[in-house]
Write a protein that binds this ligand. Structure first.
Ligand code: FAD
Ligand code: FES
Length: 311
């Protein structure tokens, strides 16, 4: 059986078994959240790089792969591994909290001042770490030239990160790692209609994508549609209404799960040459595919990001 060396321990795990499950069952602490290869909180470093097509590392950057990083949740054990934990204090970028504002009872705006400039595009996501055991993915709702990094965080009553972050103060330090994600503006879309579909806290990052598009001279028109649980539950409605009114070529609409499909089928709302960015819960993202396909969009015209949380 393959042998796993980690944190001074040596374990034997059955070939083909899941590395994250095996380590947790053996009592080795490994942070995790999505278990789907998206959040990068289960990063471990092997002493050797894995094969380039190994699913445990194929979604990581070439630099991460060359350094032997792998995602434990995506790793099927097949050979011996000598592993080290990811240490955010050593390998991630420190950032000080510069603002914590409630946008709704269960939504927190977090502002961070990174210690060094971070290379990212509005709409991409990072792992935010409170310590070596607690990291979560959040999407960036700011533009690089704005200096501060902004995030919209849904607060869950049982959420480990939710419960700690809301009691932190300005000046305290978090750590950022793993900028990734495809839901960002591409200047090649300049003259194409841009359709942004958001549910819940995804409104923050898609509004940042829209602002980025305008900054880069987008001329094809922008439609931001926000799905709300009910008329009363939408946060940030007033600022978005004012922002849309101030920008010719921008439309801002709200809808809900009952009428959203119908809205998307309205003639002219989804032009055939549009680019659609869809972000929110996994169920929401999945549900929008059909009406978008029915409106004539091809797969390559739809980019999505599912906010997968812990189960
Ligand atoms: C690529 C990516 C980008 C993301 N961007 C954002 C973002 O910008 N803003 C944001 O608010 N979230 C975002 N998320 C989701 C966020 O990372 C998770 O919701 C996270 O698990 C919350 O951490 P927590 O410690 O507060 O809750 P956890 O301790 O992880 O979970 C505790 C409990 O809360 C509930 N819960 C947690 N997350 C979810 C969820 N997503 N859906 C339903 N129930 C849940 C479950 O009951 C869970 O058992 C993103 C996720 C991914 C993968
Ligand atoms: S990538 Fe492994 S838990 Fe999210």
């Amino acid at each position: 059986m393959p042998e796993i060396h980690i944190a001074g321990r040596q374990l034997s795990l059955p070939p083909g078994s899941n590395l994250l499950d095996g380590l947790l069952t053996a009592g080795v602490k490994v942070p995790s959240s999505c278990r789907a290869g998206h959040c990068q909180t289960c990063l471990l470093q092997n002493s050797q790089p894995l094969a380039p097509d190994d699913p445990a590392s194929s979604s990581l950057s070439p630099e991460q792969q060359a350094d032997g990083w792998l995602l434990a949740c995506q790793c099927q054990v097949s050979h011996d591994l000598a592993l080290t934990h990811f240490d955010p204090q050593h390998s991630a970028l420190p950032a000080q909290i510069s603002g914590l504002t409630r946008l709704a009872d269960d939504v927190l705006e977090l502002r961070l001042q990174p210690r060094a400039p971070l290379r990212y595009k509005a709409g991409q996501h990072v792992s935010l770490w409170l310590d070596e055991n607690l990291g979560r993915s959040y999407s960036i709702a700011s533009l690089p030239q704005e200096g501060e990094l902004v995030f919209h965080l849904r607060l869950y009553p049982q959420g480990a990160f939710s419960q700690r972050i809301q009691h932190m103060d300005n000046g305290q330090t978090l750590y950022l790692s793993g900028v990734s994600g495809i839901c960002h503006y591409d200047p090649e879309w300049a003259d194409r209609p841009l359709l942004l579909l958001a549910r819940g806290t995804a409104v923050g990052m898609l509004h940042a994508v829209a602002r980025d598009a305008l900054k880069q001279g987008h001329t094809g028109g922008i439609t931001l549609i926000v799905w709300q649980r009910s008329d009363a539950s939408g946060y940030w409605h007033q600022p978005l209404t004012e922002w849309a009114a101030a920008h010719p070529g921008v439309s801002y609409l709200t809808t809900n799960d009952n009428s959203g499909d119908q809205l998307l089928r309205q003639t002219g709302l989804v032009p055939r040459n549009a680019m659609a960015l869809v972000c929110g819960s996994p169920a929401f993202v999945e549900r929008q595919r059909k009406p978008l396909f029915m409106s004539g969009l091809a797969r390559r015209q739809i980019l999505d990001e599912a906010f997968i949380g812990s189960q």
